[in-house]
Design a protein around this ligand. Sequence first.
Ligand code: NAP
Length: 309
Amino acid sequence: MAPQTQVHFRKVALIGLGLIASSMAHAMRRHGLAGAISGHARTPETRAAALEIGLVDTVHDSAADAVQGADLVVLAVPIGAMEAVAREIAPHLAPGCTLTDVGSVKQAVIDAVAPHLPKGVHFIPGHPMAGTEHSGPYSGFATLFENRWWLLTPLPDSDPAAVARLRDFCQALGANVEEMDAPHHDLVVAVVSHTPHLIAYTMVGVADHLRRVSQSEVIKYSAAGFRDFTRIAASDPVMWRDVFLTNKEATLDILGRFTEELFVLQRAIRMGDGAYLHDYFTRTRAIRRGIIEAGQDTDAPDFGRAKRG
Ligand code: NAP
């Protein structure tokens, strides 16, 4: 989506240089949103790669050095690393700068980051609802955020002008932006993202336990249903471990509802209740149509995943 106003930050610091940060870097370059981009990642290999690909203009051995003079700082590390990074950078943040993050859970990040920040820094948590099963500095691409949701969860005392500027920035990266409070965000993503991931992990785990099947037939006959589960279950283990550790309540709530629903379907199968199953699958089919009509997926057989830009 075209930005309403052309937003431009003088210097953007990316802390963490994986899928999300590298996609942001590509998109910022493409749309001219940053004067300069500095970066920091944990390992020398990732830092060197980021420089080599041209994701960043400067790369730094410490997060504290990377944020010097930045008017936008983005925390794009696993959720479990947010607190240590916030603690390290806090004394080095420029007064008046905007600090955001891209973590998949919001309340836990707010609890981890906010207490360390000095006054005058605009902390506006965010979550781009876009991703792939790939990670690392080479996995990013400029169109990752196009027509995807970027949820912002401003704090009650967030400066409206800073929020508006960040909103413009996310829109300029191609995203649609919505604001909500952190607990609501965490419940929504438990439904649309976190629990589905857990189910995919479980399904692939079940197949793996059936060793006789998994060693040959699962791969050989892998049909669309199972193949899609394996794609999701290939997602980064660190990221997803942190998601479930930090979005515990909402995920357990949705999982409880899921298992209740599963028992109802199990009973319908046992009782041979075809009408119930047909009715159920007709309703779920309508949800899929709604997602396609909303432009959140395509009905191409590969679900549009081959698309890169
Ligand atoms: P990623 O590709 O695995 O990249 C993570 C980056 O963080 C790497 O550059 C890593 O550096 C760095 N890092 C890890 N621990 C660090 C530490 N203690 N200090 C400094 N840097 C550290 O991950 P990602 O997919 O971009 O995810 C980043 C964040 O985005 C996560 O919070 C995740 O919840 C959120 N998110 C992910 C997706 C998705 O689908 N992937 C979607 C939306 C939001 P090294 O490479 O040197 O280890």
